[in-house]
Design a protein around this ligand. Sequence first.
Ligand SMILES: NC(=O)c1ccc[n+]([C@@H]2O[C@H](COP(=O)([O-])OP(=O)(O)OC[C@H]3O[C@@H](n4cnc5c(N)ncnc54)[C@H](O)[C@@H]3O)[C@@H](O)[C@H]2O)c1
Length: 254
Amino acid sequence: MGRVQNKVAIVTGAAGGLGAEDARLLAREGAKVVVTDIDEDAGRKVAAEIGENAMFLRHDITSESDWQAVMKATTERFGGVDVLVNNAAILAYGTIEDTSLELWQKIQRINSDGYFLGCKYAVQAMKSRPGGSIVNMSSLAGIGGMSSFCAYSASKGAVAAMTRSIAAHCRMKGYKIRCNSIHPDGIKTPMVFNLHSTLKPGQMPAVRDAKEALSRMAEPRQIANLVLFLASDESDFINGAEMRVDNGWLMWAD
Ligand SMILES: NC(=O)c1ccc[n+]([C@@H]2O[C@H](COP(=O)([O-])OP(=O)(O)OC[C@H]3O[C@@H](n4cnc5c(N)ncnc54)[C@H](O)[C@@H]3O)[C@@H](O)[C@H]2O)c1
């Protein structure tokens, strides 16, 4: 038996990066996995690689009707929803001084509104099940705040606070639905590798030292292992937790 045997898991943003690794690991541990993303070609490849226990759905997390369609298609194919990994997000450089309102709103729309919709429809779908687990991918930026990512930090802070609110609501209502957030520092995925190629001179000078930056970054599997644990019943008393995965980066050094 796998650690999430026969659970039905939706993973957003699973066409690549961390989401793809989450989907592979959950499937390897027995889950039926719905791979969703706006990137159809890459998403279909991930689902095909996993095999018959996976399906791909084209899904823009900012669209309420897409969420309704994903919940419906998942229930029709696999019988319900037990796990939601809210993972899809975008990252763009911008301090408070050089972030436009347009960029701010674009980031909140995906990274915050998209997660709200996912949680709303997941709670609705999981209420009638024996239990459920929502895993919200936040960031160390949502705890610490990063000067170069003002809008992104705010969106990830919103995810953390929303997570706590949902956890409290589900506990008080007696739903067996847990909601937790994960806060990684850097992860070796296209999100960060693509960011570096878009930086202009003078932006983020501290991370120009690629070797130092890489030494701080996790492999996707090191984060996916925690996603698996939170998705499984092994974590059935963990609710509303804010889990940093940063190798102690936020701690004081002496
Ligand atoms: N990479 C890091 O260093 C890092 C650090 C901390 C937290 N995170 C978080 O981890 C999660 C995964 O990040 P990643 O590094 O794998 O990123 P990534 O850019 O490699 O992958 C993100 C995926 O989300 C998809 N996506 C973007 N907008 C979407 C939308 N509107 N609807 C549906 N899908 C959409 C993309 O197509 C892509 O496949 C994100 O929530 C990110 O904020 C990443």
